[in-house]
Design a protein around this ligand. Structure first.
Ligand code: OGA
Ligand code: MN
Length: 291
């Protein structure tokens, strides 16, 4: 593939998502080459690139076109690097981790719809997930358009939710898998933060509902009311018409907009098959509300 001519954008779903072809993203891109990719990202929220075999250095270089990268939190096996490792393989031995190992259980939090880093004071802009090893079946990653979700809320509900502020924390998503699974160190590292209930795209003004598995409580509401409202927003948002499922092939790279979509992992046979995905996360530039 050569970087001559414009990129090709093929829509993946009526509401969001696009496959981008006609460009090699494994080598340095000029500002002129990156411009249309960034524009497609702002428009389509999920960009799928195929046949782009990445290594760690190439992935960092591509990701940095979107902005500075986050450093990975201590709970991930790749702590302290620019990578969040999603894998059933031990980082030191490369051998499959037993399914009842705490590291495999911890990863199950990814099965809940979420927005990466929404538990940070400054939440992320986007994530870049690239294959290293793919199972032959299963392990799809799914996306859900939070712009479609926002637009589909009944107007009265939208007006109620608009001014609300939610509390997000890593402990909320981890406790969904196994209460108490988060270490004291991780608990202290990421105290709860405040987030607005929506995020606006600064280029096109599109508003997206901002919830997900790290979102645990709406400020000012008694717990039962908050739980009920978050449950209602989640089922309204994650209806099948608003979602897109990606079956990974080796060489795939996906960029998703954490301001505009939720995503989740799905199951695969982690005893029989190997899966190794590397994620880089591009930092956001401001809190969504004063803390
Ligand atoms: C992630 C994530 C899903 C998957 O990398 O942030 O949620 O399918 N991954 O591995
Ligand atoms: Mn994720």
């Amino acid at each position: 593939m050569r970087n001559t001519g414009p990129i090709t954008v093929r829509k993946l779903h009526p509401l969001f998502g696009a496959e981008i072809s006609g460009i090699d993203i494994t080598r340095p891109l000029s500002a002129r080459e990156f411009g249309p990719i960034r524009a497609a990202f702002e428009e389509h929220s999920v960009l799928v690139f195929r046949d782009q075999p990445m290594d760690d250095d190439k992935q960092i270089e591509f990701s940095e076109n979107f902005g500075p990268l986050e450093t990975t939190l201590s709970a991930n096996p790749a702590a302290g690097t620019k990578f969040a490792r999603q894998s059933n393989l031990d980082i030191n031995t490369g051998e499959p981790i037993p399914s009842d190992d705490i590291r495999m259980i911890y990863q199950k939090a990814n099965y809940f719809w979420h927005s990466d880093s929404s538990f940070k004071r400054i939440p992320s802009l986007c994530s870049v997930l690239a294959t290293r090893i793919c199972p032959p079946e299963g392990g799809n990653t799914e996306f859900c358009s939070m712009r479609a979700a926002w637009d589909a809320l009944p107007p009265a509900l939208r007006a109620t939710v608009g001014p609300m502020i939610a509390e997000h924390a890593l402990v909320y998503s981890r406790n969904r898998v196994q209460p108490g699974i988060l270490s004291a160190k991780s608990l202290a590292e990421y105290p709860p933060v405040r987030q607005r209930m929506y995020r606006d795209n600064p280029i096109n003004g599109r508003r997206a509902l901002y919830i997900g598995a790290h979102c645990g409580h709406i400020e000012g509401l008694p717990k039962p009311m908050s739980d009920a409202l978050l449950h209602e927003l989640t089922w309204r948002a994650t209806r099948p018409e608003f979602t897109l499922s990606h079956a990974w092939r080796e060489g795939d790279v996906i960029v998703w907009d954490n301001r505009a979509v939720l995503h989740r992992a799905t199951a695969y046979d982690a005893v029989k098959h190997k899966r190794l995905m590397q994620r880089t996360t591009v930092a956001g530039d401001a809190p969504t509300v004063p803390q």
